[in-house]
Design a protein around this ligand. Structure first.
Ligand SMILES: O=C(O)C1=C[C@@H](OP(=O)(O)O)[C@@H](O)[C@H](O)C1
Ligand SMILES: C=C(OP(=O)(O)O)C(=O)O
Length: 440
């Protein structure tokens, strides 16, 4: 991305956070819309697509596959015009670099396997440590031909043309919900002559992301029949149709940092772009802040956080909001006791092992941490010790730890150093400018 960052950023201690932030577009919605628009019949105008590493890898991949798109500016809005391929990709061979974007590589792998061709997909080294085996198994079981060219169960992948005749698929749901999302998104391409049912094996995690998938599929004209979280049926003969124009909401996970800033330091901080009408599960981060004692107000398209007392520690299950939950782990530095984050095992297979990374960096600033396979307990220090925070090429580590500079809790008024801040480019290239605008 274009923003230039130095090797590290030293954040000045800020007593207060106040102001209004216009959020960048949702990563989860942007990458889903791009793929759906590419698979649809007709031309789609996408307003306010997120501009970041994760969407750029998707846009570049679609172009390599022969899907035409262009970008223009309309006042303060961007407009991407995508020419749909009506269920097919013009180019049947391609080598695709997917960076570290789970929302790009997983659904696209499924689409390539079903459409057929000779494709390789790969990413940054960490992407080659992030599991994809459950998705590959689900697809290969019903006639796909996907090979591992590195380690079994992980990208890089080589995808050949397969043959799909079966009507029942099953996929594990307990490592990443993105595998089910991927299968749901390509199911209409398999359901040309017969219905397709996708059964979920094991407890499905991160359920609200499946709601985003189903919502956007509906916007593109495909209905899914749902039997709880156990089975999903796509009736034969449905095709994606462009909705014409579609707008991308602001990113609710990105909102979490600013809302937490308002809650930690009094606020008020308002985010614009998500609100009570949002289709993203991460808006429920606001409920977690409320439980910590913050005051939350909300309109259709905005949320505001403030607080008139120190935050209260909480003990909560965060399986439904795994990304925004990281923000709670750092907000816990400002709470009145031990905060426990439960049911977050998926953190271990994301941009880094996020449970280990959080534990290490929170200890650096003086917190007492207990770490388990799927939980984290954070007991705050009286004052936050200054440290150079390592970010593990994880945008959320960098964004979360900016919050440690707030509320005058930094020992001796020192600065908070964030190493390798450019990692925010994955979802929010302008993050540190937005943060500086509210941290006073
Ligand atoms: O489908 C999506 O857009 C996402 C699903 C979640 O992943 P898991 O299902 O792997 O938890 C989330 O962490 C990720 O950032 C985005
Ligand atoms: C887990 C994340 O990303 P991905 O879409 O690559 O899974 C994230 O953004 O926190």
């Amino acid at each position: 991305m274009s923003t230039q960052y130095p090797e590290y950023i030293d954040l000045q201690p800020a007593a207060r956070a106040q102001g209004t932030v216009r959020l960048p577009g949702s990563k989860s919605i942007s990458n889903r819309i791009l793929l759906l628009a590419a698979l649809a019949q007709g031309t789609t105008e996408v307003i306010d697509l997120l501009a970041s590493d994760d969407t750029h890898v998707m846009l570049n991949a679609l172009r390599s596959l022969g899907i035409a798109w262009d970008e223009k500016q309309d006042g303060s809005h961007t407009v991407h015009t995508v020419q749909g391929g009506a269920g097919s990709f013009p180019n049947r061979t391609a080598d695709l670099f997917m960076g570290n974007a789970g929302t790009a590589i997983r659904p696209l792998t499924a689409a390539l396997a079903v459409i057929g061709g000779e494709y390789t997909v790969h990413g940054v080294p960490r992407m080659h440590e992030r599991p994809i085996g459950d998705l590959v198994d689900a697809l290969n079981d019903v006639g796909a031909k996907i090979d591992y060219t590195g380690n079994k169960g992980y990208p890089p992948l080589h995808i050949h043309a397969g043959q799909f005749t079966q009507s029942r698929l099953s996929v594990r749901g307990d490592v990443s919900s993105q595998f089910l999302t991927a299968l749901l998104m390509v199911a209409p391409l398999m359901a040309r002559t017969h219905d397709i049912t996708i059964a979920v094996v094991g407890e499905l995690i991160s359920k609200p992301y499946i709601e985003i998938t189903l919502n956007l599929m509906r916007r593109f004209g495909v209905q899914v029949e749902q039997d709880g979280w156990q089975a999903f049926t796509i009736r034969a003969g449905q095709q994606y149709q462009s909705p014409g124009v579609i707008h991308v909401e602001g990113d609710a996970s990105s909102a979490s940092y600013f809302l937490a800033a308002g809650a930690i330091s009094g606020g008020p901080v308002r985010v614009e772009g998500v609100g009570s009408q949002s289709i993203q599960g991460d808006v429920r981060f606001a409920e977690a802040l409320q439980q910590m004692g913050a005051k939350i107000t909300m309109g259709d398209n905005w949320i505001e956080a403030s607080a008139d007392a120190p935050l209260k520690a909480v003990d909560m299950d965060f399986n439904h909001i795994p990304d925004a939950a990281m923000t709670i782990a750092v907000a816990a530095l400002f709470a009145d006791g031990t905060t426990t984050l439960r049911n977050i095992a998926s953190w271990r297979v994301k941009e880094t092992d996020r449970i280990a990374a959080m534990a290490t960096e929170l200890r650096k600033v003086g917190a007492i941490i207990e770490e388990g396979p799927d939980y984290l307990k954070v007991t705050p220090p009286a004052q936050i010790g200054t440290a150079a925070i390592d970010t593990y090429d994880d945008h959320r580590m960098a964004m979360c730890f900016s919050l440690a500079s707030l509320n005058g809790k930094l020992r001796n008024g020192n600065t908070m150093r964030i190493n390798d801040p450019k990692c925010v480019a994955k979802t929010f290239p302008e993050y540190f400018a937005a943060f500086a605008a509210i941290a006073k």
